[in-house]
Write a protein that binds this ligand. Structure first.
Ligand code: ZN
Length: 431
């Protein structure tokens, strides 16, 4: 979800280096380069529409690595951003992941033309045995990744923090085994007081049920673990600025993100990571104790939704489509021209929307006996095609089906294109 957008000028960055676009790498042997713990690099991404800076915050060593030991290079190339870890001595790429953040969404807001802001961000990787070179990359309008920041990290640096984790109780509510071979989804309590922890536990069981109602997750249940973290807030609920409601909560979540009432997020990534470190996690799901409609999901950043709205069930897996699967929203607003958000000479990077620049690189091969573009009429409602109106714009951007979880709450199913994309991401975690 996001708020309304405005015209976006070219991406100008403080530091740009063109990247050599060689993306096919042999996989790396984990033990040669890493030990079984986690390195976390925190930074602020600051700037405005035209300029951007990466500002270092801290390095931390955290508990065991929950990700795969086998899939260390992310060749899916999803997300607005990407980070790479090179072994410094051999200059060999040994780890990479795609991700996105709220800063990137903020750049589509008019405010980013007027003021500068700073957003806290964080990336995690297996803890290296020897010095590494970390590179952060941004995607530009032509779909190229450009290096915007790099630094060496020596694992023996005594400024890498090794703090005790926060004292919150963790419970594994679905245990299918070794976190290195499973997708570990960790639900964090937000806006639940100590007295409300029994409710949190019940809510988590309910949401896990919602999760496995939906394909492709139900077919992969044996490959997924669920952990919950009973992180206690001082007050119940969350901030609702438009209603003058402010609550002291552990993760500082809030409705009205970018002035969109239903857009429920937190900018407090430091607290999110500190709490998440209590449990193994591949994906963070923040459950906000509120009956108000809303949520948010940002790719490999976090997923979030409210607990008690009548449509929380549908929102939960929709947001997971964003946060885990890097899927685009398939709905549209009336007043945003496609050119303000997309370079229509290229395909957008999200798997479930197409500019028709090269639909065969997307889901073209799944389209059978259906015209492209596809008339949005009853005859084609159950066909895979290319339906105009997707990715927040009514014209010139296309979605795979008439309806899908990424378009509306009228269906509780992902379309086949979204399901295929989700399964491809799942294999990053379970091999
Ligand atoms: Zn879809």
């Amino acid at each position: 979800m996001m708020a309304k957008s405005i015209k976006k000028p070219c991406f100008l960055l403080a530091v740009l280096f063109l990247l050599n676009p060689i993306w096919v790498f042999s996989q790396i042997k984990f033990d040669d380069y890493f030990e079984n713990s986690t390195l976390r690099f925190d930074y602020s991404r600051a700037g405005d529409k035209n300029n951007e800076w990466i500002l270092e915050e801290q390095l931390k060593k955290e508990s065991a690595w929950a990700g795969s030991f086998n899939i260390l290079i992310d060749s899916l190339l999803l997300g607005d951003y990407y980070f790479q870890v090179f072994d410094s001595a051999s200059n060999k790429l040994i780890f990479s992941r795609g991700y996105s953040s709220l800063f990137r969404e903020w750049l589509d807001i008019e405010e980013s033309l007027k003021i500068k802001k700073s957003f806290y961000e964080s990336v995690v990787m297996p803890f290296p045995k020897r010095t590494i070179l970390l590179k952060l990359l941004n995607r530009n309008r032509n779909n190229e990744f450009l290096v915007v920041y790099e630094r060496f990290i020596n694992p023996k640096d005594y400024f890498i923090k090794k703090e005790t984790i926060l004292p919150f109780e963790v419970k594994t509510i679905l245990d299918n085994g070794n976190p290195n071979q499973k997708l570990d989804i960790t639900i964090i309590a937000e806006g639940y007081t100590a007295d409300e922890m029994p409710k949190f536990e019940k809510d988590c069981e309910r949401f896990m049920g919602y999760f496995f109602d939906v394909s492709p997750f139900k077919e992969f249940k044996k490959d997924i673990n669920f952990h919950i973290i009973k992180s206690i807030s001082q007050e119940s609920g969350t901030d609702i600025p438009g209603a003058g409601e402010w609550k002291n909560t552990i993760l500082n979540s809030s409705f009205y993100t970018f002035n969109s009432e239903r857009y429920l997020t937190t900018l407090d990534i430091k607290s999110v990571r500190d709490v998440a470190a209590c449990a193994p996690y591949d994906q963070i799901f923040i459950l906000v104790n509120s009956a108000k409609y809303g949520g948010g999901g940002v790719f490999n950043y976090y997923n979030l939704c409210s607990s008690d709205h009548a449509q929380s069930k549908e929102v939960f897996t929709h947001e997971f489509g964003h946060g885990f699967g890097a899927l685009a929203d398939e709905y549209a607003y009336e007043d945003i021209p496609a050119e303000t958000l997309y370079n229509l000479n290229f395909e957008p990077w999200q798997r479930n929307i197409s500019s028709l620049a090269d639909i065969n690189a997307k889901w073209g091969k799944m389209i059978k006996n259906t015209p492209i573009p596809t008339p949005d009429i009853h005859q084609y409602y159950n066909n895979i095609g290319a339906f105009e109106g997707a990715g927040y714009v009514l014209k010139k951007m296309y979605r795979p089906m008439h309806d899908c979880k990424m378009r509306s709450n009228n269906t509780n199913e992902f379309c086949p294109v979204c399901q295929k994309a989700l399964i491809e991401v799942l294999y990053l975690y379970i091999k």
